[in-house]
Design a binder for this molecule. Sequence first.
Ligand code: CP
Length: 309
Amino acid sequence: MRLSVKHLLGIKDLTKEDIELIFQTADNFKAVLSRPIKKVPTLRDTTIVNLFYENSTRTRISFELAEKRLGADTINFATSSSSVSKGEGLIDTVNNILSMKVDMVVMRHSASGAPHFLANHIQVPIINAGDGTNEHPTQALLDAYSIREKCQTLKGKKVAIIGDIMHSRVALSNIFCLQKLGAEVLVVGPPTLIPKHIESLGVQVTYDVREALQWCDVANVLRIQLERQNKPLFSSLREYALFYGVNKKLLDSLQKEIIIMHPGPINRGVEIDSDVADGPHSIILNQVENGVAIRMAVLYLLAGKTSAE
Ligand code: CP
């Protein structure tokens, strides 16, 4: 079985069958990761460069670990210590790296569309590790995989995505992924942080977090992305927390169990309180754990191998 795509640029380009293949492959790799020796030689002789033009903790470490668990050789590139600081452009940087016989590129960039641009100029598979406010496909895959693990299926599940939808690549990739797998999606946040016409993607919209929580089986709480906001879009973080923060008092008042997710990094006390993030219904660390198996699956499938043993 092969993916229908050469690159993983966004969930938008994947079929439902692609996503299911990634999940089945991740199941195999999750079993590998629970063994005493957590490594397979599947991508031995494959060299992968992790090009991070924007900061990352989870995604960068998770990709590097996935590559190492598959036996690949990895190169980590950070713009601050590279010739990008001397003015070198994206295509020159990547072509120079590829001339050293690199087989795959994992890239995070603050500009939406940067990996798509690169895909038109280079031959090796590219994996988008987050591009601007566009997509973060492996995050959405690990999110949906974590819901599947907890609920067995995504079909018919109600997922509320809460917070800064406007600036979130996680929101867009999650919407595409969840809908392809048969889940219903509702977005909630302040009107200034919900994109106009988002209903055209087939999602429901509310501005009332209590109503969203009352409706959903799963709440995916997003970070306020102040670094992407040129001007204030709400009055203060304190007021945001008061009206849109997910806290224990609010959840207890609903008298139902909701699975709590967050892609990280978390602003504790703003979009989510610690007793919810660390509480019994949180699967936040399961998301992080599953990220390694999902990224192993994506790397393996794009490398064109046929067996995950
Ligand atoms: N979830 C996520 O993308 O986190 P990082 O920015 O730390 O990679």
